[in-house]
Design a protein around this ligand. Structure first.
Ligand code: M6R
Length: 366
């Protein structure tokens, strides 16, 4: 049932070209510049008039929510707040009937996320679910929503469910942008044509597996790791750090790269790997300065770079390439090498990657 892979996690990492494709299937029409989301169609006016979108989730799903914030604000120009469900539910937050709450959950059974939905619903908000498990509790509690269609995820560490959530949020952002007229038709056509090619680009990103395994050998005994990114690379850094700590038990932190000098820079030494999302996009030059700050303190840099990059490659100790794509799709591609890095490090340390200690696949208690 592991399909020839040593672990479910690895199988699920490799399934991503398909699972991302399944999430988009029948939903994008690049030639027409249209996104069709049957699940939320009836609520189109609600989205157009929404004053605010509040995304609630836990763990990896919360990271997907942060990516969603960048995408929805950038393209649909609706203010977004991303909340940990467990904090939101106990905070007496200000919610009105003009707010939309998007709850993101792989399992659809997370207790804190369910309680947050119930509270927001009681205050009159409209609830959308982005869930993977069909027929689970969250879709039933929601007014409407969309399934991610990633297929069953067995590994406790979420991989393909995360990239499917990000894909679903990308579709929602484009859908709302088109309906609101906040995106030019030509731009949307270009983005949708590129989105259609993302599964094959993810396939290409997976080809760095051998190199990542070699890099993992060098860092398997690390005690700490720092993940840095800017823009939508920041939630990717958070997700990379969560993955590493969950399955390898190495202490890892994700930070916005510019925040490093406000504290974590004190941790830099010749041992701790600093994993930097340094792809060619709007923050490229800024990230280069952050890498220089690390190198000036003799830090070790593992950079995630765009194919063909030479500038970062010259500065970094190790570089892992991902295919070039519009910035909107950076999270879908940059996540892949980070999943493989934590997987190989955990395997080399002899950890039980599919069933890490103290963790459950769905957290149905608060
Ligand atoms: O099923 P959910 O998406 O609601 O689960 C949320 C978190 O419990 C989950 O993402 C957790 O952080 C994973 N172990 C991450 O790999």
């Amino acid at each position: 049932e592991k399909g020839g892979y040593d672990h479910f996690m690895l199988k699920e990492i490799y399934e991503q070209p398909r699972s991302i494709g399944d999430c988009m299937r029948g939903r994008i029409y690049p030639l027409e510049g249209k996104v069709k989301l049957g699940g939320i169609k009836e609520y189109t006016e609600k989205f157009k008039n929404a004053h605010r979108i509040i995304i609630v989730a836990c763990g990896t799903s919360w990271h997907a929510g942060l990516v969603g914030e960048y995408l929805i604000e950038e393209y649909a120009r609706i203010p977004v707040e991303v909340e940990y469900a467990s904090e939101f539910r106990y905070r007496n937050p200000i919610i009105t009937e003009n707010d939309i709450v998007i709850a993101i959950s792989q399992s659809g059974e997370t207790a804190d996320t369910m309680a947050a939905i119930e509270m927001a619903k009681a205050k009159g908000a409209t609830i959308f679910g982005i869930c993977n498990v069909v027929g689970s509790s969250i879709p039933r509690l929601s007014d409407a929503g969309i399934y991610t269609h990633a297929g069953p995820e067995i590994g406790v560490a979420s991989t393909k469910a995360f990239t499917a959530q990000v894909t679903a949020l990308t579709l929602m952002a484009f859908y709302m942008a088109e309906k609101k007229g906040t995106i030019a038709q030509t731009k949307l056509i270009a983005l949708l044509s590129e989105l259609e090619r993302i599964p094959s680009l993810v396939e290409r990103a997976l080809q760095s597996d051998g190199l990542i395994r070699e890099i993992s050998e060098k860092f398997k005994d690390s005690r700490n790791a720092l993940f840095l990114g800017r823009g939508s690379g920041f939630p990717v850094a958070l997700e990379g750090a969560l993955k590493l700590k969950e399955i390898s038990y190495i202490h890892a932190e994700g930070y916005p790269a510019a925040e490093m000098k406000h504290g974590p820079i004190a941790l830099i030494d010749e041992q701790m790997p600093v994993i930097v999302i340094a792809t060619k996009n709007s923050s490229y030059e800024k990230v280069i300065s952050n890498i220089q700050e690390v190198k000036a303190r003799k830090g070790v840099v593992i950079a995630i770079v765009t194919e063909g990059d030479t500038e970062v490659v010259r500065m970094a100790d190790y570089s892992i390439e991902i295919p070039s794509a519009d910035e909107a799709f950076l999270p879908l591609l940059a996540t892949i090498p980070l999943q493989l890095l934590s997987y190989h490090i955990a395997v080399l340390r002899g950890c039980n990657v599919d069933q890490p200690r103290n963790l459950a696949k769905s957290v149905t208690v608060e």
